[in-house]
Design a protein around this ligand. Structure first.
Ligand SMILES: O=C(CO)[C@@H](O)[C@H](O)[C@H](O)[C@H](O)COP(=O)(O)O
Ligand SMILES: [Zn+2]
Length: 640
């Protein structure tokens, strides 16, 4: 069966178009990772909140990936800051879906803290392990946005709980990992760094001339590209101010701002603020707001630009620098989070402090004045960025899944395994208290029969058949005493020809009774082993033996069943578990052998049936006595 993974991404659907306020890196991450993971043999379902009334609940995305729309809150686009109140409903609906469709998910991969909350609850309720990628951390957002952060105050506490219960937390860059460990007390071993990726099929270099012709950009213009979601965190105002500084310095560059759409539900928008700022700085001619562009057009924008700029004040990863580098465009990026991890300062671009327009203007001016440097950086970037292809990232994520599933597998099996030892120990202890005397009695009855020249017939089914042969092997052969005569004991389940012929011709119920009839004599013992005491062939054998004047002894379990009713002597292990009963049966078989051997050897010594002088010297113990004499001395005797 293929492993089935449930992605949860409450606000970022892989189906959503890119560039809106709440769609961006996370949508791409979920879409690309799901695709690659499915390509590598997993079944992936992506659970996301329904945002329109008309779509079906299950939407096939690509081969192996389905998008499941979860009804939680109004079926319309809601800013992610307002979704939290619907997450209880989200969890309930998701759980209903899983049960209704009889799906078995091996692992949940949650994206963003609210999905993490759902994953944490599903783990508690359905025992599905989960991995989370936070994409952004509430603690850091709060530090920067303060009262402008509209997420519920409890976000950070919930995130801490999620970190505690997650089986692994994917850090997108070393800075993210450090934050998770320091600020969220994440266990170091649970936080691997796995970067985000890019798709080389979507992002590859297009000759600059072609790209500019297509986008109607002057061939000789110096173009700085800013591309991505238009939200305050991205620090686009910083870029605008830097361009204004460049103008002050007499440099004329064009800043192309791609992305962003007016959201009806939101009041004063970031894009309005930026446009006002452009006006205020009087650089309308230098800044072009190109709006949101379809994904397949983005490579032309990246390729047309001389340099790509991104200076957020916080960025757990940031996919756009990878896309720019893959198109052969160097990046000037903020020296924060994932950007300082993915952009090699001085090699694939330059790093600069966030919120510092003067420093940014300096870096841009330096680079744009050096076309050869830009070219060599672009070429290096294109080679270097290959390690971030989604297929390589997916390999790392799958390795993590395997590790989590292995731990889960071990946890699921190890605890019951340990528990079984405790349970066995308890059964042994209870047996010592409750049935030790019955065992001694049975052993005495058996040894009396042997000492009177009688024999023991033994039978059982399955595991008990094995113990029956185990018992006869110890008696006919040897147990603990090295030199003694063989004792007559015959296992009735050992002769396959008799068993199969009789079972085949007449039925299985009399396979033992028939042999009791053939071999049994008055005074012989029939020793039956049965965990339930309900096997018909055992009950019939007991009746046949009693009819012949034999002595019946049964080793049983549970409530002793029918066998206990008809058998003369019973040892009933105080347990309801077949396994535990069988384990005790083996121990009891050994104890019966001990009793029988000690009594027979003691008796034979008195009768002088074994000549001690025949023993090889090496067999003598420290007292220069054969071992069986010690046993004889230790034996206190019991009601023979
Ligand atoms: O070993 C086991 C179970 O642990 C089985 O082979 C088991 O002995 C068989 O199911 C027997 O047929 C059970 O018979 P019984 O112990 O109830 O007389
Ligand atoms: Zn067994």
């Amino acid at each position: 069966m293929r492993n089935r993974i449930a992605f949860i991404s409450e606000h970022a659907s892989p189906l959503a178009s890119l560039g809106g306020v709440d769609s961006g890196g996370q949508n791409v991450y979920v879409a690309e990772l799901a695709k690659q993971i499915a390509r590598k043999g997993y079944e992936v379902d992506v659970f996301t909140r329904r945002e329109d009334r008309d779509s079906p609940q299950i939407i096939p995305f690509v081969r192996g990936v389905r998008v499941i729309l979860v009804d939680a809150g109004p079926a319309q686009v809601i800013p992610k800051e307002d979704i939290f109140v619907y997450m209880g409903e989200f969890r309930k609906q998701m759980e209903n879906f899983i049960q209704r469709e009889e799906l078995e998910y091996h692992l949940v991969h949650a994206n963003f803290w609210m999905s993490g909350l759902v994953a944490m609850e599903l783990k508690q309720r359905m025992n599905i392990p989960f991995v989370i990628t936070f994409h952004a951390l509430g603690y850091i957002r709060k530090v920067f946005q303060k009262e402008n952060d509209r997420f519920p105050d409890k976000r950070v506490d919930i995130e801490k709980e999620i970190v505690k219960h997650a089986d692994a937390v994917i850090a997108e860059c070393p800075q993210d990992r450090e934050d998770l460990i320091k600020l969220y007390e994440a266990e170091e071993s649970k936080v691997p760094v796995i970067a985000c990726g890019f798709n080389p099929k979507d992002f590859y270099p297009v000759p600059k001339q072609t790209a500019r012709t297509l986008l109607q950009i002057e061939q000789d213009e110096k173009v700085i590209l800013q591309l991505g979601r238009i939200v305050p965190r991205k620090g686009i105002d910083n870029v605008i101010r830097a361009v204004a500084k460049l103008c002050e310095n007499g440099e004329v560059y064009k800043l192309l701002v791609v992305g962003g759409e007016r959201e009806e539900s939101v009041g004063y928008q970031e894009i309005d603020r930026l446009k006002d700022l452009v006006k205020e700085l009087r650089i309308e001619k230098q800044v072009v707001f190109a709006g949101r562009k379809e994904r397949d057009l983005l490579k032309y924008y990246y390729s047309a630009a001389d340099v790509f700029v991104t200076t957020p004040w916080y960025e757990p990863f940031g996919i756009t620098p990878l896309e720019a580098m893959s198109c052969g465009t160097p990046v000037v990026g903020a020296n924060v989070g994932g950007i300082k991890y993915s952009v090699l300062d001085g090699k694939t671009g330059l790093l600069v402090a966030p919120n510092d327009p003067v420093a940014l203007a300096d870096k841009l001016q330096f680079l744009l004045a050096r076309p050869e440097l830009l070219e060599s950086m672009g070429a290096y970037a294109q080679r270097y960025v290959k390690k971030f292809k989604w297929c390589h990232i997916a390999d790392q994520v799958i390795d993590l899944y395997k590790k989590v599933l292995k731990i889960q597998y071990v946890d699921n099996l190890l605890d019951p395994l340990k528990e079984s030892f405790v349970e066995a120990a308890i059964t042994f202890k209870n047996s010592a208290r409750e049935i030790a005397e019955d065992i001694l009695h049975a052993g005495t009855v058996m040894s009396n029969a042997l000492l009177s020249g009688k024999k023991i017939l033994v039978c059982g089914n399955g595991g008990s058949a094995a113990e029956s042969q185990h018992f006869t092997a110890e008696l006919v052969g040897r147990f603990e005493v090295s030199q003694r005569r063989g004792l007559p004991a015959l296992s009735l389940n050992a002769d396959t020809s008799i068993l199969t012929a009789w079972a085949n011709d007449f039925g299985y119920d009399d396979v033992f009774a028939r042999q009791v009839e053939a071999y049994g004599d008055r005074g012989d013992v029939l020793f039956c082993l049965s965990t339930s005491g309900q096997s018909d062939n055992i009950v019939r054998a007991i009746n046949a033996a009693e009819d012949k004047g034999m002595v019946t002894v049964s080793l049983l379990g549970k409530d002793g069943g029918m066998a206990a009713r008809y058998s003369r002597y019973n040892i009933i292990v105080p347990s309801k578990s077949t396994q535990r009963i069988q384990e005790l049966h083996l121990h009891i078989v050994h104890q019966l052998c001990t009793i029988i051997e000690q009594r027979v050897v003691a008796h034979d010594r008195v009768e002088k049936t074994i000549k001690p002088l025949n023993l090889p010297l090496a067999r003598l113990n420290v007292n220069n006595q054969p071992a069986y004499l010690n046993i004889h001395q230790n034996y206190k005797g019991y009601g023979s």
